[in-house]
Design a protein around this ligand. Sequence first.
Ligand SMILES: [Zn+2]
Length: 163
Amino acid sequence: MRLDGSCHCGAVKFSVQSHTPYPFMRCYCSICRKTAGGGGYAINIMGETDSLKVKGEDNLSIYRARIKDEKTGKRKLSTARRHFCKKCGSALWAWDPQWREWVYPFASAIDTPLPKPMEEVEMMLNYAVPWAEIPNGSGHAHFAEYPEEGIADWHKKRLLDVP
Ligand SMILES: [Zn+2]
């Protein structure tokens, strides 16, 4: 399906094709929380980079986080490029050259009505702040860091990938 997205001020608009539009994955890492996550988390979905069309590209800015290596203690620049509107600050999508065929829009930036997931994943809980409400019980799977099952596999296993 085609997803249309935009920033809050309207300076950036984009569209992308997605087979995996269910916004089921909540990320509680500090980068998502600080750059996009009012509830303590942000939700990434997934689209195809080849289909990404952007209007107002001049208004984009890119943030690359510095992430501390747990083994060496050194900080290194994340390969992920977090794209946001430099006029209003809206987080729009992440793109990483390691997985260049995919682009990861934030569900919060998508204007197309997304299907509501019947199950959710809460991940990066090692980094969640104490005040964040973390839903529990059936339909919720919790992970300290990344889940083994990625966004594409999650959709396939539940027969939810959209042609
Ligand atoms: Zn904007």
